[in-house]
Design a protein around this ligand. Structure first.
Ligand code: COA
Length: 247
């Protein structure tokens, strides 16, 4: 589930499914998408903060859900796709606190954040190709822009994990926090929320620039991703993961 609270202009979105390493289900994506969409027109909301649990930000998309999507033709109507579109259309600053695992979409959503705080035990990994998939959330565009082709290839195609220092060097993480990463990220979100909101919104928009190309890339990735869900090598990778589950 997603635990939501709005206080002093900061909406906290806490991923809360620790028994499954915060793997994201359709219901969780819907909650996240709704929170981002509603935030755009809520004047009391000045900043979003997304965070997880001790040692786990998120293990990415629920792999069981992936298997279900594989049978459907209309991937574009799924909660995950709604969430990806909401990320692109989000107009409010987004801060993340990453402690431990940040896998798959847990990595790629960071590319949409304005500030990312990570603990020294952050483990950032995108095993898309290993699962027979392709990068999503616009990461095939944002990744190379952020860190250059070579490092983006390492992260998004080779599936190499980045630790906190590598992620900081790659420009994915602003600050490594030795102590309470959630508290540090919240302090930053509160600082953002205390600034003149119109100037903040205009400035953020200028920094992000035109997002048409990003939207187009997200849609292109979704089409390819959806077609990959039925590829034999992808189904074999999902089944291999599912067969390791405890019964
Ligand atoms: N989807 C569904 N369930 C997941 C999951 C995911 N992405 N990640 C973890 N889980 C579940 C496990 O199946 C397990 O469930 P079980 O207790 O019913 O068997 C539980 O969460 C705990 O995970 P486990 O694998 O036992 O923990 P671990 O510490 O040994 O490993 C990970 C943690 C995250 C490294 C490992 O679970 C993993 O590789 N997950 C898949 C990550 C992934 O590929 N995500 C998709 C990216 S596109």
């Amino acid at each position: 589930m997603i635990r939501k609270s709005l206080e002093n202009g900061v909406q906290t979105l806490r991923l809360d499914r620790p028994e499954k390493k915060n793997a994201l289900t359709g219901a969780m994506y819907t909650d996240l998408a709704e929170a981002l969409e509603a935030g755009n027109s809520n004047e009391d909301l000045r900043c979003h903060l997304i965070c997880g649990q001790p040692e786990v930000f998120t293990a990415g998309n629920d792999i069981g859900d992936f298997l279900q999507y594989a049978g459907r033709s209309a991937m574009s109507e799924t909660p995950v796709v709604r969430f990806l579109r909401a990320l692109v259309r989000n107009e409010k600053p987004l801060v993340a606190a990453v402690d431990g695992l940040a896998i798959g979409v847990g990595t790629t959503l960071l590319m949409h954040c304005d500030m990312v705080f990570a603990s020294p035990r952050a483990f950032i990994r995108s095993p898309f190709v290993d699962l027979g998939l392709v990068p999503e959330a616009g990461s095939s565009l944002l990744g190379p822009q952020l860190m250059g082709h070579a490092r983006a290839f390492e992260l998004l195609c080779l599936g190499k994990p980045f630790n906190a220092e590598q992620a900081e060097r790659a420009g994915l993480v602003n600050t490594i926090v030795e102590g309470d990463v959630d508290a540090e990220a919240l302090a930053c979100a509160l600082e953002i929320a205390s600034k003149p909101p119109e100037a903040m919104a205009l400035s953020r928009k200028l920094l992000r620039g035109n997002t048409d190309a990003l939207s187009e890339r997200v849609e292109e990735e979704i089409k390819i991703f959806a077609s990959r869900l039925t590829a034999p090598e992808t189904i074999a990778a999902f089944q291999a993961f599912m067969s390791k589950k405890k019964v």
